[in-house]
Design a protein around this ligand. Sequence first.
Ligand code: GLU
Length: 482
Amino acid sequence: MSEIRVRIAPSPSGFLHVGTARTAITNWLYARHTGGKFILRIEDTDAERSSDDMVQSIVDSLKWLGLEWDEGPYFQSQRNELYQTYIEKLLASGNAYRCFCTPEELQVKREAAQKNKTDYKYDRTCLNLTPDEVQQKIDAGMPSVVRVKVPEGETVYEDVVYGRMVKQNKDIEDFVVCRKDGRPLYNFVVVVDDHEMGITDIIRGNDHQTNTFKQVLIYEALDLSAPRFAHLPLIIDERKKKISKRDKAANASDYGQQGFLPEAVVNYLSMLGWSPKDDREIFSVSELVEAFDLKGINKSNAMFDQVKMNHFNGEHIKMKTDHELAVMVAPLMVQAEVYTKYGLETRWQYLMEVIGLLKGRANVLGDFVERGEYFFRAPTVYDEKGAAKHFLPENVERLQVLADRFEALDKFDHDNLEATLKGFAEENDIKTGQLIHPTRLAVSGMTKGPGMYEMLAVLGREETVARMRAAAEYIREKASAK
Ligand code: GLU
């Protein structure tokens, strides 16, 4: 088999959409799996709807996902001369013709069809113009579009995912491939580019299935052989609707900001419409490359499930080293003004320990900021419900005594902390929970978190003791104010 060549062809009329990201990932995996080439082509023929900022944003998002391309980016806006040669070829073949009908004339016919309740289809007024007539109209300065002459019969292609696809040609009108200002249209430039770029497999969303028939007709009209087609199922949201631009999940360019790791996104999105042979879900990127197979693409709609994506991200967070995570989390902590950049850099070891402690339960990178803040700043407020339950007057003295004992420990570590707390609970004939809850709240301001003894050990003697004493004071003041 010749080398596989696939492409992603985003239109820069918006950010990288989740569907385009999924398509890019699928193409990239296929290229890497087969040792083929992945090509980036920017479909910016629609100048009014394209912008350099969007091109930049899309390129940045693809880079962030780690989908490096082997060729490109090619810009369709720079290839017009090439398209024109193909338009000429198409006209010369007799499989296309110039149409001089004005929009107003077509509108009248469309309205008449509507009135008669018949489907409108271009009536081929210009099909039988002789070459002389055509030339006269051109010489007279009449603008024209180019239409493909759709032959009789049916158009067929074999979809890798959906099987044999057939459409009756009587249901396809002689469609326009070049506007009257000379700009060629999407279906045409795609065919020219895919052919020129030697694309072997077109893998894209199934919203392009209707276009595919027209593209196949263009391949046939130009006497070119068409590549293979594989259409990916639609991505839908929890309400079973196509993911809309307003959905949080819609912009893949936002995922980094939302605290997702690129590897997790690649893993999760790759599974929207594709399943590996076994039931496994969590894959590293290289494992995905290894496992990817076009045969695993499913036909049915794929639901984007935010909870599941969070879970995937959590699993990928666990695969990272504490140092790798610290590199990603530190700027977020600085941004959230939890600590200064310099401060974090001088306490890197400490930051890694905090991350190590939290990473088992984090889903997004922001969780480290939210749940790790108290490691860098003593709590200024205590969880309200927790305080009502655990900051009881009898705990003033308990926290003080326990703080004194913690302070006096030889070694401030998990086992010593545990033994001390347990011993103190026994002496007072109370349950350990009666000490653990107020201590945790005193130190972190929260009622939940990592294992408490580990947490105190990481936080350190000085800070732990000071916070326990401050909480005791807080409870005392509260109680006396009543
Ligand atoms: N520009 C099209 C899109 O963004 C790509 C179509 C194709 O892959 O052929 O959907």
